[in-house]
Design a protein around this ligand. Structure first.
Ligand SMILES: *Cc1c(COP(=O)(O)O)cnc(C)c1O
Length: 389
């Protein structure tokens, strides 16, 4: 019988050792198995006694998933990673591993909407309190850090695209013994590597750019072996949001083209942002490239998602309905260009903080896809024209 797989046999580089990929296939196998068997009682007992790391069950470890975890950890410059069935799976398991009843979290206004709902609708029931601070104002964040348990950043923020000085805030968090976490889904490790700036843990909605094809919902957290170990020991296996081997394989495939895709999203996004900024019916373009905030220093490039606010002359529903190439839909980071008019989710504003922090109902988020940028612009321009009152 084959020797069962061992943690230690798995490689760095997001690649695969010969032990895992016996036949040296150019594209390694999907380990579509729920469990791993033991040759003997002694082999099984050794695992439970912590003397062996042989794999047990795919709600814990699976080789295809582990290859993806290693790949993202390596891209982010982290020691370890843990993958999940969604970005929210990663975020909830991370936060729940680190806070207890009575603890306080400091986060940024306009944090990703479902992270906000996790804090407000769920953690509040367990006595966890959350401070929402203007993350652009480092002093305001520093003022509320003493006594907090967790600093939860997202730079730039969803919809508003507000930046944070992550190096400064990570340093302040460390001074006060606060664990820092950042949602780095927008920048990806190609354009921002928060661990190098002192942030403790990095979470991703791998559903967005890491996967990159709008075919997978997934998440991942990376950081020190100690902190990822805490997540493993206290929430990961019990919340049960594990990633499937097939989806890990799709994500590994997506990572091959991440540099090319991000280069394309960046150039299209910048070109479209410039054109929108010059358009008479557009009042404001929220793109980190146009910001002079110190938080720009940690960005080595710009993703293709940003937002803009149209003037009074434009009817927002008419505008989005007039788009032909660009489609209406949530999520982002895939091949297709997408818009979200803030007006639609703003109707959920009762359960949300957007309205409280001045996001205009005239705001539209655009995810620049992989189509020819001149075609995307032609579509936006004709739709703006058609939506003039
Ligand atoms: C989509 C998203 C998430 C959540 O990811 P899911 O995979 O949808 O659970 C978290 N953070 C940001 C910034 C996102 O855009």
């Amino acid at each position: 019988m084959n020797k069962p797989l061992d943690h230690e046999a798995l490689p760095a580089q997001g690649g695969w050792s010969r032990e895992v990929n016996l036949l040296a296939a150019a594209v390694p196998p999907i380990f579509q198995t729920s469990l791993f068997t033991f040759d003997t009682y002694a082999d099984m007992a050794a695992v439970y006694a912590g003397r062996s790391h042989q794999l047990i069950y795919s709600r814990g470890d699976n080789p295809t998933v582990m290859a993806f975890e290693r790949a993202v950890a390596e891209l982010e410059g982290a020691e370890a990673g843990r993958a999940f069935s969604s970005g929210m799976g990663a975020i909830s398991a991370t936060v729940l591993a680190l806070v207890s009843a009575g603890d306080r979290i400091v986060t940024v206004r306009n944090v990703y909407s479902d992270a906000y709902r996790l804090f407000e609708l769920m953690l509040s029931r367990f006595g966890v309190v959350v401070d929402y601070v203007d993350g652009t104002d480092a002093e305001a964040v520093e003022a509320v850090l003493p006594g907090a348990k967790l600093l939860y950043l997202e730079s730039p923020t969803s919809l508003a695209f507000e930046l944070q000085d992550i190096a400064r805030l990570a340093r302040a968090a460390r001074t006060h013994g606060v664990v820092s976490v950042i949602d780095n889904s927008w920048a990806t490790p190609l354009f921002q590597r928060p661990i190098a700036h002192g942030v403790d843990l990095v979470v991703h909605a791998a559903s967005k750019y890491l996967g990159g094809h709008s075919d997978t919902v997934a998440g991942v957290v990376v950081g020190s072996a100690e902190l990822v170990g805490r997540i493993n020991a206290s929430s990961y296996a019990y919340l049960g949001a594990k990633l499937s081997p097939f989806e890990a394989w799709l994500l590994l495939r997506g990572l091959h083209t991440l540099p090319m895709r991000m280069a394309r999203h960046m150039s299209s996004g910048l070109a479209l942002a410039e054109r929108l900024r010059a358009h008479p019916d557009v009042e404001l373009v929220r793109h980190p490239a146009f910001s002079d905030h110190p938080g720009r220093a940690s960005l080595s490039g710009f993703a293709g998602v940003f937002s803009f606010e149209v003037g009074e002359a434009i009817d927002v529903p008419t505008f989005v309905d007039a788009l032909r190439l660009v489609r209406i839909g949530v999520s982002w980071g895939g091949p297709e260009s997408l818009v979200v008019p803030a007006l639609a989710p703003l109707q959920l504003a009762k359960a949300n903080c957007f309205a409280r922090f001045g996001i205009s109902p005239r705001l539209i988020r655009l995810s620049a896809g992989m189509e020819d940028e001149t075609l995307i612009w032609a579509d936006i321009e004709q739709a703006l024209h058609g939506a003039r009152r």
